[in-house]
Write a new protein. Structure first.
Length: 366
């Protein structure tokens, strides 16, 4: 209101859950340094966490995965019953088991995850926690605001918005590129299993994840999909109907190989704070498949992918963005829309159909 007093932003109420006293204290101290955040309680196991969540009604839990009595997965399974409006950021160790449990936590509705710092000094671990929590809490706050504006609960199934007018038939894609971050594992699990087993082109995916987690994600997706899904291997040729996931810690790009386009994995510096970076993949696709790429930019924090999408659009490629209502975080797709490099904005459930519309159909056998 003009001339009025601006409304104060309510603090984000956080419940800290961890079975280790050292980590409980470290997370509390890290949160205390962040503006607009209030720790409303702590819990040392999942049973206590559920009781306190029901009593205190926090906005968010920082949730340890491996705990006695009831682990973090058990908490996530029961949280909608006791505190349906509460979200969770899970903290886990960078191990194979930690990666598997983290992926399951995301499937159960966790907003995001944060690897636990290990082996450093106390001050260094506190700094790592603060630097990791700060952008995630800010993204969660924006999600709450967006969901309230859109008229849906933070963890309820959002209504599907009216679809935009369909693009003219194209069927010109020789390769599909997908970029995603926060919320990506669930988004990929909704898109890739819908693609048919006779899908005609390679699918290259960049999901922001640590190296310990991407093999678990690839294996989980492979069990659900008609197409083969695995981590990309350096030097392998692109194969039609194969989904290749960028390994955590390595950029994925396409280069010229002796038999055609091939995969190159590199440890070049991060871009947009990420390795793998969506921009790296998309730029390489623009160069090697000019005018023959359909790209999808999905839920995620930040703006990784925007510069690569600009390169794709300059060569006449098509770009699909996930809409705000179905995105966990409308950072990456929102930035692409704001940059004017998106042809169509659709709900998550429509992305697979849009990809299929852009890919040539196999001619029926006579």
């Amino acid at each position: 209101m003009a001339g009025g007093t601006a409304l104060a932003v309510e603090p984000l109420r956080v419940l800290v859950v961890d079975d280790t006293a050292v980590y409980r204290q470290a997370v509390r101290e890290a949160l205390a340094t962040l503006p607009g955040v209030v720790v409303v309680g702590v819990a040392s196991d999942g049973g206590i966490a559920l009781a306190k969540a029901e009593q205190l009604r926090p906005d968010l839990l920082t949730l340890d995965i491996e705990m006695p009595v009831l682990d973090g997965l058990g908490v996530l399974e029961q949280l909608p019953r006791v505190a349906p409006d509460a979200g969770a950021i899970v903290l886990s160790h960078l191990t194979r088991q930690g990666g598997s449990m983290t992926l399951r936590a995301l499937e159960l509705g966790a907003f995001d995850y944060l690897p636990k710092p290990q082996g450093g000094s106390r001050e260094g671990n506190l700094e790592a926690l603060r630097d990791g929590l700060a952008p995630r809490l800010e993204a969660f706050r924006k999600r709450l605001e967006a969901r309230r504006r859109l008229g849906v609960g933070p963890f309820g199934a959002p209504p599907l918005p009216s679809a935009a007018p369909a693009l003219a038939p194209w069927a010109g894609a020789a390769v599909v590129g997908i970029g995603t971050s926060t919320g990506g594992p669930n988004a990929l699990a909704k898109i890739l299993p819908v693609l048919p087993g006779d899908f005609e082109v390679p699918v290259l995916v960049v999901q922001h994840m640590p190296a310990a987690f991407t093999p678990v994600l690839a294996q989980s997706l492979a069990k659900r999909c008609a197409l083969p899904v695995r981590e990309a291997r350096d030097g392998e040729p692109l194969a039609p109907g194969t989904v290749l996931l960028a390994p955590g810690g390595s950029h994925l790009k396409v280069v010229a190989g002796s038999g055609g386009p091939a995969v190159r994995l590199t440890e070049e510096p991060p871009e947009n704070g990420c390795r793998p970076a969506v921009d790296v993949l998309f730029r390489s696709l623009a160069y090697h498949f000019a005018g023959r790429v359909v790209a999808a930019i999905l839920t995620g924090m930040g703006r990784d992918g925007v510069e690569g999408l600009k390169a794709l659009k300059r060569t006449g490629c098509r770009v699909i963005a996930q809409d705000e209502a179905t995105s966990v975080v409308w950072g990456m797709p929102g930035a692409a829309v704001a940059a004017g490099v998106v042809d169509r904005v659709v709900p998550l459930e429509a992305v697979a159909a849009e990809l299929q519309r852009a890919v040539p159909r196999r001619a029926p056998r006579g």
